[in-house]
Design a protein around this ligand. Structure first.
Ligand code: TYD
Length: 138
């Protein structure tokens, strides 16, 4: 898995003068079945979230309100995304280190995940992640 697998996905919008509606159907609009949804909110200014990679988990991140940045790293290269639209999400494949920062006041970050919470799926040491990435990219 590399950064090339990670991409912004534009979700369908039903435009309506009463307000817009956006849809996310499991494995249809995003490349995995959704087993878990969680969200970050009331994030104090200057906070950094993430700071880990996942061994097997696929994730899709949407800014439901406000904006924030996501910095991805596959052990070889780094790229960043600014999320600020509710119809645009970032797909993150397994084995990608992510940091989230620059949260605007009142922002809400929704994460769809391919599996239930499992701490053993996390790689929380950047050192370990870089070592694993080196082996994978050899
Ligand atoms: P973590 O995934 O590190 O947060 P983030 O990447 O958004 O900064 O999770 C923070 C804490 O919450 C950690 O102690 C694990 C716990 N947690 C759960 O218990 N269940 C969950 O589904 C998630 C995502 C986190």
């Amino acid at each position: 898995m590399s950064l090339k697998d990670c991409k912004l996905i534009e979700l369908p919008i039903i435009h309506d003068c009463r307000g817009n509606l956006t849809i996310i159907e499991s494995a249809r609009h995003i490349p995995f079945e959704i087993k878990r949804v969680y969200y970050l909110y009331d994030v104090p200014g200057g906070s950094i979230r993430g700071g880990h990679a996942h061994k097997k988990l696929h994730q899709f991140i949407v800014s439901m309100s406000g904006s924030f940045d996501i910095i991805l790293n596959d052990g070889l290269e780094e790229t960043s995304f600014h999320l600020n639209r509710s119809y645009l999400g970032l797909y993150i494949s397994p084995m990608i280190w992510r940091d989230l920062n620059n949260f605007s006041t009142g922002s809400v970050c929704m994460i769809l995940a391919s599996d239930f919470y499992d701490e053993s799926d996390y790689i929380r040491s950047l050192d370990d992640f870089n070592k694993m990435a080196l082996i994978r990219h050899e």
